[in-house]
Ligand binder design. Structure first.
Ligand SMILES: [Cu+2]
Length: 475
């Protein structure tokens, strides 16, 4: 029984066929695709329950191979092996999302772990089960969750200390409404780091983008069920040089509800080729070459694109000229966008986005986040800001109070620093999907608010503070 032996010689990996609002009972199907997994993706930790577990798994496989899709209530067989539900954990840069999972009863669950980061990670549950997940890959297993719950963390050196840990708890009182989840999430809200990541090394880059549908804070006290790339709004900033090749591996985990896609404005490809949507459980490769320098938008174009963009599926690509840009003290990335909120804790409102003005206009995904958490720079420092207006609907008149832009490169047109006549600029007009590079200095200690000078939006969240020195010009 060669194949069966192969199957049980490793921790069982299963294909999770579908999902029903994240709380469902999927039918796991032991699959021959196990044989295609890289050996390092799966590691079996020996536990004393192994023989029993293997016997149960084999029985489960035999039971289920005859019935590929059926609700779990029908999965009960004579030995009463029941899958109580499925759980999804995404690995983002140095964290698990969610870091806190709750199930309503102890039992046997399928757990799918997806690695949306660019490096190898693992997950070790407190019962000894360990899964190793390569970048862009997804691994599933069956997990027995006891009444006392389980913890999990990454065993790679330093990763747990960096934040890679979480818990699964059993809470039989199923009273957790979207609102109470929102409250828990608000406590975890941390500002989006506006610092531009370093240029990617070499000339060909593999980027892993995962569509993650999750609850995010959009303004103080307001959460929405957003659609994101890698769990963040905006998605990761991709920083390359002119002429580089970018290979984007887009995945749409089977735990998602919707089809998603990606459209890179920095690429020249046919719309009905690379940009087509993929369904939950699918992946695709989108390869492009950076033919032009600038600040570019990427976004989901799945139908209706308005709703996917308004729900958070966008990000910035920075393509530097081959020779690079001059040295500055700080490089920051700011993406302006709008939210049209629906019911608290639910999806955004497409109807509002079609017909009405935004509830919030935000920088980097959350209203007023840099008003509450100012971006600190030194005094007399040179700041380069990469600004993108992701829209979906409103124009931006991007302005930093108290500064003058000495250099602006907007959509391929440059106002140079040393121009004849010594011209400067006060605001950069960006229609949806337009981007610019701007440079300015912070002449003295103090606060320099960034806004869109379309001032009706400043009170809707389009306000951030750049703090020079201690922020006090009088000291
Ligand atoms: Cu989408």
């Amino acid at each position: 029984m060669g194949q069966s032996e192969d199957l049980i010689s490793e921790r069982p990996v299963i294909n999770v066929s579908n999902n029903n609002n994240g709380r469902v009972m999927n039918t796991p199907i032991l699959s021959s695709t196990i044989k295609n997994k890289q050996p390092h993706e799966i590691q079996h930790s020996i536990t004393k329950d192994d023989l029993f577990t293997r016997a149960v798994i084999m029985l489960l496989a035999m039971t289920l191979s005859a019935c590929q899709v059926m609700p779990s209530s029908q999965v009960e067989s004579d030995d009463e092996v029941v899958i109580s539900g499925d759980l999804s954990i995404n690995i983002l840069a140095m964290s698990y999302s969610p870091a806190k999972l709750e199930v309503v009863k102890p039992g046997r669950y399928t757990v799918t772990v997806s690695n949306a980061s660019t490096i190898l990670h693992d997950i070790v549950f407190s019962n000894g089960i360990k899964l190793i997940i390569a970048p862009g890959k997804q691994v599933s297993t069956i997990l027995d969750i006891p009444e006392s719950g389980l913890g999990y963390s990454c065993s790679l050196p330093g990763h747990k200390d960096a934040g890679m840990f979480g818990t699964i708890t059993v809470n039989s009182e199923d009273h957790h409404s979207a609102e109470s989840k929102s409250t828990a999430l608000l406590a975890n809200y941390s500002p989006y780091d506006p610092k531009v990541p370093a240029l990617l090394p070499f000339e060909t880059h593999d980027i892993y983008l995962m569509a993650v549908e999750k609850l995010n804070t959009v303004a103080k006290g307001v959460t929405q069920q957003l659609w994101t790339y890698n769990g963040k709004v905006p998605g990761p900033i991709i920083h390359v040089r002119l002429g580089d090749t970018v290979r984007v591996h887009l995945s749409n985990p089977s735990s998602n509800k919707l089809a998603h896609s990606v459209d890179f404005h920095s690429s020249q490809v046919a719309w009905n080729d690379e940009m087509t949507s993929i369904n939950p459980g699918e992946e695709k490769l989108y390869e492009w070459r950076a033919d032009y320098a600038g600040v570019w938008m990427y976004h989901c174009g799945s139908n209706p694109a308005l709703h996917h963009i308004a729900s958070g599926m966008y990000g910035m690509v920075i393509v530097e000229p081959r020779e690079g840009l001059s040295k500055v003290d700080h490089e920051l990335a700011i993406v302006q966008s709008e939210f049209y909120v629906g019911q608290e804790g639910h999806t955004t409102d497409l109807h509002k986005a079609s017909l009405h003005g935004p509830d919030y206009v935000v920088f980097n995904g959350v209203a007023d986040q840099y008003k509450d958490h100012p971006i600190e720079v030194g005094t007399s420092k040179k700041v380069r800001m990469y600004v993108l207006n992701a829209g979906p609907n409103e124009d931006s008149s991007f302005h930093v109070v108290g500064t003058i832009f000495s250099r602006v490169i907007k959509e391929g047109i440059e106002l140079t620093l040393e121009n004849k006549g010594h011209y400067g600029a006060q605001a950069v007009d960006l229609a949806p999907a337009q981007g610019a590079i701007i440079e300015f200095t912070t002449p003295e200690d103090g606060l320099y608010p960034m806004v869109t000078h379309a001032f009706n939006f400043v009170s809707k969240g389009a306000l951030g503070l750049i703090k020079a020195g201690d922020g006090d010009p009088k000291k």
